[in-house]
Design a protein around this ligand. Structure first.
Ligand SMILES: Nc1nc2c(ncn2[C@@H]2O[C@H](COP(=O)(O)OP(=O)(O)OP(=O)(O)O)[C@@H](O)[C@H]2O)c(=O)[nH]1
Ligand SMILES: [Zn+2]
Length: 208
C-alpha cells in the first residue's frame, strides 16, 4: 500500500484511514441499508468489502509513469502503428462508486522506442482501478503514453457500460459510452486515424 510522501500520478496525497476505520464505515452502511452488521451472515462482510476495495482501487498504488520506463530500442526501424485492442476495463464511477465495465483500444506510432505490450494493458489497469469518469481515464492513458514514450502519435478509445445507468437512476441497459483521445499523427492525419479506427472495428459507428 502507498505510504505518505509516495505520490502516484493522478492520485491525491491523502492520509488513509486505518483498516479498522474502513471496516467500521462498512458496518455503518449496512445499518443504513437496514440490516444488522452483528447478524451471523454479515459478520465477515466488512473484512470482505475492504479486501474487495483493495482490488477495485489498486490503481492508486501503481505509478503509471514507472510502468512505461522499460522500453526496447532495437526494432530494426519498425515505425508502423502498434495497436492493442479489446483490453478489458474495470473501473468505478466517481459519482456513484459502481462499476464501469468495457474495453479499451490503445495505439501508438513509435518514434524510436517500443514498450512491452503488457505494459499498455497495465496502464489501463492503473488508471481504471480508481474512481473515475470515462473521459478523464481516456485522456490520462493517452497523455501518459505521449509524455513517457514521446511517440509520433497516440490513440485511445474506450467503450464502456456504466452500472450507474443500468442498475439505478435512469435504468437504461445496452447503452455504451464511447470516448477517444487522439494525439500527434492520430489527430492531424486523417488516414492514420482511419487506419486505427478500422483496426478496432469503428466503435462509434457500430450498428449492433
Ligand atoms: N460524462 C460522464 N458522466 C458520467 C460518467 N459516469 C457517470 N456519469 C454521469 O454523472 C452524472 C451525475 O449526475 P447527478 O445529477 O449529479 O447524479 P444523479 O442524481 O445520481 O443522476 P442520475 O444518474 O441521472 O440519477 C449522471 O448523469 C451520470 O450518468 C462518466 O464517466 N462521464
Ligand atoms: Zn455513476
Amino acid at each position: 500500500m502507498r505510504g505518505p510522501g509516495h505520490s502516484r500520478r493522478g492520485a491525491p496525497d491523502i492520509v488513509r484511514p486505518s483498516r479498522a476505520e474502513a471496516e467500521e464505515a462498512v458496518r455503518t452502511l449496512i445499518r443504513w441499508a437496514g440490516d444488522d452488521p452483528a447478524r451471523e451472515g454479515l459478520l465477515g462482510t466488512p473484512d470482505r468489502v475492504v479486501r474487495s476495495y483493495e482490488e477495485f482501487f489498486a490503481g492508486y498504488s501503481i505509478d503509471p509513469v514507472e510502468l512505461l520506463q522499460r522500453t526496447f530500442e532495437e526494432t530494426d526501424g519498425y515505425d508502423e502503428m502498434v495497436v492493442l485492442r479489446d483490453i478489458r476495463v474495470e473501473s468505478y464511477c466517481e459519482h456513484h462508486m459502481v462499476p464501469i465495465i468495457g474495453k479499451a483500444h490503445v495505439a501508438y506510432l513509435p518514434r524510436h522506442r517500443v514498450v512491452g505490450i503488457s505494459k499498455l494493458a497495465r496502464l489501463v489497469e492503473a488508471y481504471g482501478k480508481r474512481l473515475q469518469i470515462q473521459e478523464k481515464m481516456t485522456a490520462q492513458i493517452a497523455n501518459t503514453i505521449d509524455e513517457v514514450l514521446q511517440p509520433e502519435g497516440v490513440a485511445v478509445v474506450i467503450e464502456a457500460q456504466h452500472q450507474c445507468m443500468t442498475t439505478r437512476g435512469v435504468h437504461k441497459t445496452g447503452v455504451t459510452m464511447v470516448t477517444s483521445r487522439m494525439l500527434g499523427a492520430f489527430r492531424t492525419d486523417p488516414s492514420t486515424r482511419r487506419e486505427f479506427l478500422t483496426m478496432i472495428g469503428n466503435p462509434s459507428s457500430r450498428a449492433d
